[in-house]
Design a protein around this ligand. Sequence first.
Ligand code: NAD
Ligand code: LMR
Length: 330
Amino acid sequence: MKTPVNVAVTGAAGQISYSLLFRLASGEVFGNDQPIILRLLEVTPALHRLNGVVMELNDCAYHLLQGIVPTDDALVAFDKVDYVFLVGAKPRGPGMKRNDLLECNAEIFSAQGKALNAVANPNVKVLITGNPANTNALITQRNAPDLDPKCFSAMSMLDHNRGIGLLAEKCNARAEDVRNMIVWGNHSESQYPDLTHATVKGVSALSLVNDEWVANEFVPTVQHRGAKVIEERGGLSSAASAANAAVCQMRSWTIGTAKSDWSDWISMAVISDGSYGIEKGLFYSFPVKVSPEGEVTIIQDLERSEFSRQCMLETEQELKIERDAIAHLL
Ligand code: NAD
Ligand code: LMR
């Protein structure tokens, strides 16, 4: 039997966690021979709700689940932790933009960054889901100066999967037939879902769909999908699909893209090293490959049209504005 890994999830009594925790405990992310200890962080008033979730986890009798630590103390939740899902944050409601959440959520991530810095395993992998995810990742990383910036990523896989789903549907194909999807930039309406390099059953996607569909349907549908889900779900934001994206991103980050369902590349918001001219230090979604050891490499030298360059700059610009708005927390 392997030594258990410590996995922390914040917002553990919330919507996303209600799907995510059960998938973690079943072995979907770290493998069906890898025992785990779940360290579950909530705010104090939600500890009762969290207790209900802990009861249900126990009632599943998962063989891999070797311990559960429910707590309202980040230093306990993150103690020697190997993997962290930072989910706990306020979700937006109808009519809001994700960066309207910056004011109420930003402080959560500065506090949790400090706690990670103090007690996490130095090789920890931290996936930020709480919105606005990219800027919250920046806040977390900057408040954890002793950890390698590569320990942090923000979630782009929901947008990546949305793009795959839409293209597959349009081409009457299956999700697994679609390769080389890219989402550039911010997890917001300014993101740029890019089909330039995508293929369907090995054929260029752009030869199968027309420019009008790409510009007027594909791009805006992916950009606004989160808001549309909120509208259709009567005010609740995506939860099961968000948990699924967290599973996909952490699994690929852990076992490497070659062995994952996305053997080409995945989209992942990581700290920019200046690739494609994107300002260093911003958390920007790039197409990346991950080695079996978990080393993330941004795919280089992809051709970009003038339209793509412009879209990539616009989403970068929004990230700079968000960063400047929370400069006091960096
Ligand atoms: P939710 O309201 O159902 O759950 C959030 C939970 O976080 C609550 O139980 C709350 O008590 C808890 N929480 C708040 N502050 C906390 C803190 N400081 N420490 C620990 N827990 C805390 O919300 P949800 O639907 O689970 O969504 C969570 C976040 O994820 C939201 O910000 C939402 O917008 C975001 N989200 C992001 C993506 C993405 O693709 N990046 C997708 C879906 C949702
Ligand atoms: C999503 O993309 O579904 C989430 O970020 C939730 C939201 O507010 O859109």
